[in-house]
Design a protein. Structure first.
Length: 333
């Protein structure tokens, strides 16, 4: 007998009443319905599985994955029973649908920009950035703030910027957009607001992530594609550059022991608003060159006056205004 068939009938009925039976008609479509089944699965995993009080009462609450749980719901829900034979088709279609939903999150850096805040899954088998799928009527920025708070307990709303991010777009046109948040104190209080989802929340040196790329059992595999763009972002940030660059990552650039992506497009965007010392020096030099250029123009004007040319050459004397530009073009014609 399958584990999912061992779930206590009373618990199944409770979950159906809570999440499925009373749904409005517009939420009973195949795609929307699975989101509610997913919510029921999370509730079951969080509050029933491993609950000693419920198990001591003789109820069967075995752990099961989302697909197995969905099959149980289809088998026991009155208005889904007639469609049980087509479950595999419906579930496959839902997976295709959610694979296109954009994912947003944050790459949180410490004050020295050499450590990244990462989370592990509940079984501590891999690292990832705090992230998740966007909700209906939610912006990418709002999604990132919400997911970071849910997974780490940290509020980044005052630090996150729409202008600083690393974004991947796969061949299937799915977006993964991570906003880069820097300067977070390593001692910031962190505690997940999820149940049975996050294992650890750790500051991990960027160098450690790079060292693990050649490992056959790399717990950083899910985020390795972000390491190189992140290093470029940090370099540009520290050098004071403001830039927006996009490039294509080819199969030859993928890390060892990773499946080659299907033509991922990575966009790195950085816009800095705070003044940086050597940028100010550059601006001062640029202003000085501008003043020198004006002086040269004045000298040319004096030479022309001394030579008493009947009509000064507009290409040498025009000013950057509409009237002078028009005169220059009229003269050339």
């Amino acid at each position: 007998m399958n584990k999912e068939e061992d779930i206590d009938q009373n618990i199944i009925e409770d979950l159906l009443c809570r999440f499925i039976i009373n749904l409005p008609k517009e939420e009973q479509t195949t795609d929307r319905l699975f989101f509610h089944i997913q919510a029921a699965h999370w509730f079951y995993s969080d509050f029933y599985v491993g609950n000693t009080e419920i198990m001591n009462a003789g109820c069967k609450v075995p752990p099961c994955n989302f697909k197995a749980f969905s099959r149980v719901i289809y088998k026991h829900c009155p208005f889904l029973k007639p469609y049980y034979e087509g479950f595999e088709i419906f579930f496959h279609r839902f997976n295709q649908y959610i694979s296109q939903i954009p994912v947003y999150g944050a790459i949180i850096l410490n004050t020295t920009l050499d450590k990244v805040l990462l989370v592990t899954n509940y079984r501590n088998t891999f690292y990832s950035f705090p992230k998740g799928k966007i909700n209906q009527n939610e912006t990418g920025l709002e999604c990132s703030v919400r997911e970071v708070w849910e997974e780490t307990g940290i509020d980044i709303s005052k630090y996150i910027s729409e202008n600083d991010f690393i974004e991947f777009k796969t061949g299937g046109n799915k977006t993964q957009k991570m906003y880069v948040v820097c300067g977070v104190d390593e001692n910031v209080h962190r505690k997940t607001n999820t149940r049975c989802e996050i294992g650890r929340i750790e500051w991990v040196p960027l160098a450690r992530m790079e060292e693990g790329k050649n490992s056959t059992n790399n717990i950083f595999n899910k985020i390795m594609s972000f390491v190189r763009p992140l290093k470029l972002w940090i370099r540009d940030y520290m050098s004071g550059k403001s830039k927006e660059r996009s490039s294509i990552i080819s199969e030859s650039e993928t890390e060892p022991n990773q499946a080659a992506p299907i033509k991922q497009e990575v966009v790195i965007k950085t816009v800095h608003t705070e003044p940086i010392e050597h940028v100010s020096v550059f601006d001062a030099k640029l202003a000085e060159l501008g003043r020198e250029f004006e002086r040269k123009l004045e000298e040319l004007d004096k030479i022309e006056e001394e030579e008493q040319k009947p009509e000064p050459n507009p290409f040498l004397t025009f000013k950057l205004d509409h009237a002078s530009l028009k005169a220059a073009f009229d003269f050339s014609n």
